[in-house]
Write a protein that binds this ligand. Structure first.
Ligand SMILES: NC(=O)c1ccc[n+]([C@@H]2O[C@H](COP(=O)([O-])OP(=O)(O)OC[C@H]3O[C@@H](n4cnc5c(N)ncnc54)[C@H](O)[C@@H]3O)[C@@H](O)[C@H]2O)c1
Length: 452
């Protein structure tokens, strides 16, 4: 057996540490992705340190509290008891064996990728980097981010002259880098997080191996791919597939409405085909941090290659138009009651971007509220998850939740998000007019209901 160098042993020693649950895991960005991930590692008896620049989040966690609806404070307290802690101090990076980055990747005002959270985080990590550490990016982004953006910063700004491990070479002065996309489906309780296969692409095979060992301790199946770029592209393919198919059913819904065909009935019937068809459902517009945003990361990058991603652009055009379709439908429904949008009292039911979750990001409900207000409607809302809507990146509504009472006092009740908590029979019985964007009133036959 040949004598192996310290660097060759480095990932092996980390793999041993992982197997013995002695590896220290740092999770950067304790939001919807990072906090549940930190809890998964904690459950598997890893000592986890969470890093976040939001002091309120760090303090809440330190006090055993939670700021994410579906994570209870009991879970945080249990994690704290198992050694989980949160900090804003990047000096602790040095103590970590693996560092997983889960920071936001939004679009800027010109619909271009805003990588500032990734670059800020990378600048903050670099001075504390030490040999043998594994750095994994989980944030959704365009192919090339890990190797073209992150690695150069880490190499240039670390204090020990370390380089990212590449090819088969090994030295004592290297660290390991991989990309592994987050694939969570918020609110989906049918698949446990650990049952979602984890795609991993390392800069070199040893980085892949190390990242695979780390994630293999909390996920049942690891799917290795040949590079970070392939892993980055995998995530984008998944989201673009959703975005394009949702646009397709949205367009077919608009046509079906004109033709007097119920698109929901059609989708249900088509779904009985045992192969070659996967159902997607129309709605009031795209929402969430992923589907409305991620495809444009690829469109932007494609320009570097003189390439136009026409499917993405077309899907974007159709999906962005859906809130305007809802506005027109509300106007049309009120018109049937000899009322105008201007001055009508409208109650929006559900503002989360999809049912049964506490996430408002990019929600079409926000656009619909703004459009209605612009037309002079007097808008109220109800959502079990949001007592107040304040200021976001693109809106500043400052609205307080209305009670789900006296529905008959509104000129129109609009179902934008079909939360399971709502009693749709009661809503239809009490309201004067219901505009349903989600087929939530399926099976309820009433002249008061307008499906759009
Ligand atoms: N939410 C989802 O369902 C989901 C699913 C798949 C992928 N993603 C992707 O995962 C990434 C994270 O998304 P999220 O929903 O968790 O975002 P989030 O906004 O909920 O959380 C991000 C966290 O990062 C923190 N942060 C920002 N800059 C930081 C810095 N420099 N150092 C430390 N912390 C910092 C923020 O304070 C915040 O707590 C995004 O790229 C997103 O596209 C999200």
């Amino acid at each position: 057996m040949t004598d192996r160098t310290a660097a060759e042993r480095a990932p092996d020693s980390t793999i041993n540490k992982i197997e013995q649950r002695k590896a220290r895991v740092g999770i950067i960005g304790l939001g919807y992705v990072g906090l549940p991930l930190a809890l998964l590692f904690t459950e598997q008896k890893f000592a986890v340190t969470g890093f976040d620049i939001d002091k309120r989040k760090v303090d809440t966690l330190a006090q055993g509290g939670s700021y994410i609806y579906r994570i209870s404070s009991e879970e945080i307290k249990a994690a704290n008891a198992r050694g989980f802690s949160a900090t804003s101090d990047y000096a602790h990076i040095e103590e970590m064996d693996a560092i997983i980055i889960c920071v936001p990747t939004p679009l800027n005002q010109y619909h271009e990728p805003d990588l500032s959270y990734i670059t800020d985080t990378t600048h903050a990590i670099a001075p504390h980097l030490r040999a043998g550490q594994l750095v994994v990016l989980e944030s959704t982004t365009y192919p090339g981010t890990t190797e073209e953006v992150m690695v150069p910063i880490l190499e240039k700004e670390n204090k020990l002259g370390l380089k990212a491990a590449r090819g088969d070479s090994s030295s004592q002065k290297e660290f390991f880098v991989a990309f592994s996309p987050e694939r969570e489906d918020p609110g989906n309780t049918t698949v446990a997080r650990r049952d979602i296969p984890k795609v991993v692409g390392g800069v070199n095979p040893r980085a892949s191996q190390l990242a695979g060992a780390l994630y293999g301790s909390i996920f049942h199946r690891i799917v290795p791919v040949s590079s970070p770029a392939a892993a980055e592209m995998t995530k984008l393919l998944e989201n673009i597939y959703r975005c394009v198919n949702i646009a397709l059913v949205n367009e077919l819904k608009l046509l079906s409405l004109r033709m007097g065909i119920d698109i929901w009935e059609v989708i249900e019937a088509a779904s009985t085909k045992p192969f070659g068809f996967h159902p997607f459902y129309p709605g009031p517009g795209l929402g969430g941090h992923c589907i409305p945003v991620d495809p444009f990361y690829l469109s932007w990058k494609a320009k570097e290659w003189d390439f136009r991603t026409r499917f993405i652009e077309l899907a974007g055009e159709i999906n962005v138009n859906m809130p305007y379709h809802v506005l027109a439908s509300i106007g049309g429904a009120l018109n049937q009651h000899k009322k105008s949008l201007n001055g009508s009292r409208v109650l929006i039911l559900g503002v989360a971007y999809k049912k049964d979750i506490d996430d408002l990001r990019e929600s079409p409900a926000l656009t619909i509220i703004e459009l209605l207000q612009h037309e002079g409607a007097l808008v109220s809302y109800h959502d079990p998850y949001f007592p107040f809507i304040g200021k976001g990146r693109k809106y500043d509504l400052q609205m307080k939740r209305s009670e789900l009472e006296k529905l008959g006092e509104y000129d129109c009740v609009v179902i934008v998000t079909d939360h399971s908590d709502y009693d749709y029979g009661r809503i239809v019985a009490e309201a004067r007019l219901v505009v349903d964007t989600r087929n939530a009133t399926k099976g309820l036959s009433s002249p008061k209901v307008v499906r759009c």
